[in-house]
Design a protein around this ligand. Structure first.
Ligand code: PBG
Length: 322
């Protein structure tokens, strides 16, 4: 049989396969999300996310050290306050959960790169990402000031980067201006630019105790069928000053990641969300898939699609596999 081109020649042994490998997942480009809760001496497992915990501020330092020692050098913080109200006061309180967690992390792991999620939903009694007007409408423009205040307050507490996830229009510009006015011109913004109204956030809402009390997030998060709209969103955020744009979720939106990678020249991040984590955990627990291989294969797919940075709950656990 005369066959000049035989693709299998390059799959013949492990050394060769590594030599022609096109995609690498690097620990330096992974970000570990963590949940910080009120109270003391708390490390409680999140039932919908086995292996993930809520830590109180006094426990987060030890966890930061573990994450650092595992080889992951960036964390994304979510706060769960004791009291929620209709102004999200806890999001920008000087002694808020995240504001206190940052110095605790820096004390334990001084070089840890600390990124803060900028959103109001965890701090709002109604669980929405913005101010509710007329008892039902999520008001865009009045929300911007609170988001900007939250970002500045986090930067003052030592955040290295802020990551707005609320999906209000104009929030990147509002946050950029506020940071610059307060002396934080050097603090980068990673915007959740194309964030879809996804069912894959289900376990997160259990973790952060932040499900909306009425309605849903469809008037501000994106509709899953749309991809042109994602391009519009990322371009707008870049024009407003976003340094990094994010696509979220990751696995069901690999095409969006690829399209965004093609049209922008800033780094692209992908958030492999709670539901993606829990699906792998659940299937592995049942013996239906090999957990380690499933994690590596999905992270590789997200990279291959074009993401530079991946936010993943598996970060700490996979660093040593990479
Ligand atoms: C807050 C926020 C959410 C997530 C990140 N930031 C929840 C939501 O929008 O409902 C989801 C993260 C995950 O599922 O892992 N707005």
């Amino acid at each position: 049989m005369s066959m000049i081109i035989r693709p299998r020649r390059l799959r013949g042994n492990a050394m060769l396969r590594k030599m022609v490998c096109e995609t690498y997942v690097l620990p330096d480009q992974l970000i570990q999300p963590v949940f910080i809760t009120h109270g003391k001496a708390i490390k409680e497992e999140i039932s919908a996310m086995p292996g993930q915990f809520r830590f109180s501020v006094d426990k987060i330092g030890a966890e930061a050290m573990e994450i650092w020692n595992a080889g992951i050098h960036a964390m994304l913080l979510f706060g769960i306050p004791e009291k929620k109200d209709d102004k999200a006061s806890g999001a920008y309180a000087k002694d808020g959960i995240v504001q206190r967690a940052i110095p605790a992390i820096k004390e334990a792991a001084p070089d840890m790169y600390v990124i803060t999620d900028v959103c109001l939903c965890e701090y709002m009694s109604h669980g929405h990402c913005g101010i509710v007007a007329d008892g039902q409408r999520i008001d865009n423009d009045s929300t911007l000031e609170l988001l900007a205040r939250s970002a500045v307050s986090q930067a003052k507490s030592g955040a290295d980067m802020v990551a707005p996830s609320d999906m209000m229009d104009g929030r990147v510009a509002a946050i950029r201006e506020a940071l610059d006015n307060e002396g934080f011109a050097g603090t980068p913004i990673m915007s959740y630019a194309a964030k879809y109204a996804s069912c894959f956030y289900g376990p997160f809402r259990d973790a952060a105790k932040g499900a909306p009390q009425f309605g849903d997030r469809k008037t501000y998060q994106m509709d899953p069928p749309n991809v042109r709209e994602a391009i519009k969103e990322v371009k707008l955020d870049i024009a407003e000053g976003a340094d990094i744009v994010m696509v979220k979720p990751a696995l069901a939106y690999l095409d969006v990641i690829a399209r965004v990678r093609d049209v922008v020249d800033v780094p692209v991040a992908a958030y492999s969300v709670s539901g993606e984590y829990s699906m792998i955990k659940a299937a592995a627990k049942n013996g239906w898939i090999d957990e380690k291989r499933a994690i590596l294969e999905t992270l590789t797919a997200i990279k291959r699609a074009g993401a530079d940075i991946i936010i993943t709950y598996f970060a700490k656990d996979v660093a040593n596999l990479l």
